[in-house]
Design a protein around this ligand. Structure first.
Ligand code: HAM
Length: 428
């Protein structure tokens, strides 16, 4: 349904509008997160909102829920199959190969923030359009880079005020000596207990048995508590790689909890897999996740380029903040708000506000003819530090009355001094 009974049109289900002051908080969170990433050498990348469907079919995997059930796929007017991006990793790897970035210094380190689209059933913390902040380090197997990425994810979340637990696992690589050998063992176990599994999970045993670890069905969950674990079947190289990753995290003092049943929902993962979970999110408790994808570039037709990255769900970061009692802080871009007591004062206020803006200082004024009290309220709502009051007397004297809205102190200064005073730290 697109509209309520005869009411105005509404946004599609599973989407949300971002309005002030939450939109301001959002923008600050994005900026701070991308700054954290840039300080670790991850520079921004933007990829298109849609890709050839194959990027996800081949990259994310034909048997995943994302590809089989959740993609917004459509034929364009020329009959090409396109898909609104459900995730950012396959597009970024596609872009790195297309741009030939792997011919430069490796790893290629990139960060992104943007909307992703999945047609999932909406619920708390789960949207059809949501935003991710992510990084990808492409072109290295170095376990130190795994530790770098995991630590960066944990730090971005901590700086966003989210208290999350890091779950860590290794899911090995696709060889008989490693994950493939284990999958035969797991499949045999699941076939034996097949009639105890939920029907959906039974169907997965042949195609994607690892996914049964992610089942939400109580019957399947009960079976999985005694399932053989991949941890015991890792090859020597993957085991050594994982030990190096945990060793590096220990050295950094990054806390994690080993979670041998963590499998992740996308097929490109190899070796290190991790998730950040928050107790504040209810059923959708993953505030972020990531891992290694050593075969992804080849699956997309490129050279071998092992990589690792994470994506954090910005919408869930905000939900977790709210549940933790954090409300959006008042916007702080407008530093001075003019309070004009008549029309002449308003014209002067307008000119002075633009002068402040030209000098790089945020300034605003009332355009609705409010009373002085109303204008002072607007000043507070705008998050202004200063109210600059202009009345008849000030106009005649060439002055302005500046009121510090934090201390309540007020003084009258020459009009030409307003920029200096409101740009300063509060001392006259
Ligand atoms: P993902 O686990 O599918 O991984 O998504 C990462 C995060 O995006 C989730 O932990 C969650 O916070 C958020 N998220 C996912 N779906 C929704 C939704 N429907 N509504 C709200 N938030 C959602 C990836 O997408 C990988 N590309 C991550 C990655 C990067 N792996 C390596 N590099």
């Amino acid at each position: 349904m697109t509209r309520g009974d005869d009411g105005p049109l509404r946004a599609p289900r599973g989407t949300q509008d971002l309005l002030p002051p939450a939109s301001w908080e959002w923008q600050r969170l994005v900026r701070d997160a991308l700054d954290d990433c840039a300080r670790a050498g991850y520079l921004p990348v933007e990829t298109p909102l849609f890709e050839h469907t194959e990027v996800f079919a081949r990259g994310v995997g034909e048997d995943t829920d994302v590809v089989t059930k959740q993609m917004y796929t459509f034929a364009d007017r020329a009959g090409r199959s396109l898909t609104l991006r459900p995730e950012g990793t396959a597009p970024v790897v596609r872009a790195v190969i297309e741009g030939g970035l792997e011919r430069g210094a490796l790893p290629v380190k990139l960060a992104y923030c943007g909307a992703m689209l999945r047609q999932e059933r909406p619920q708390k913390g789960r949207f059809r359009q949501f935003s991710q902040i992510g990084v990808e380090a492409i072109g290295t197997e170095d376990p130190l880079v795994d530790a770098e990425v995991v630590e960066l994810g944990a730090r971005v979340l901590a700086n966003a005020g989210v208290d999350a637990t890091l779950l860590l696992n290794s899911i090995g690589h696709l060889a008989e000596s490693c994950r493939l050998g284990y999958l035969s063992v797991l499949r045999a176990f699941l076939q034996e207990r097949s009639d105890e599994l939920a029907p959906d999970d039974r169907a997965r045993v042949a195609t994607n048995p690892l996914r049964t670890f992610d089942s939400k069905d109580p019957a399947t969950i009960a079976v999985m508590t005694s399932a053989p674990l991949l941890t015991g079947h890792l090859c020597d190289e993957c085991r050594a790689h994982f030990d190096a990753v945990t060793g590096a995290l220990d050295a950094l003092g990054v806390a994690y909890s080993l979670e041998p049943r963590l499998v992740r929902g996308l097929d490109y993962y190899t070796r290190t897999a991790f998730e950040f979970v928050s107790g504040r999110l209810g059923a959708q408790n993953a505030v972020g996740g990531g891992g290694r994808y050593d075969g992804l570039a080849e699956a997309l037709g490129g050279p071998r380029l092992p990589g690792i990255g994470f994506a954090l769900g910005l919408d869930r970061i905000v939900v977790a903040r709210r549940e933790g009692g954090v409300e959006p802080p008042p916007p702080d871009a407008v530093r001075a708000f003019f309070v004009a007591l008549d029309d002449d004062a308003r014209a002067a206020a307008f000119r002075m506000a633009v002068r402040l803006r030209r000098a790089g200082v945020g300034a605003d004024l009332d355009f609705a003819g409010r009373s002085m009290k109303g204008q002072l309220k607007s000043a507070a709502r705008a998050g202004a530090r200063w109210a600059v009051i202009l009345g008849r007397r000030e106009l005649d004297d060439g002055t302005a009355t500046v009121k510090d809205l934090v201390t309540g102190e007020q003084s009258t200064v020459p009009a030409d001094d307003v920029v200096r005073v409101v740009a300063g730290d509060g001392s006259p």
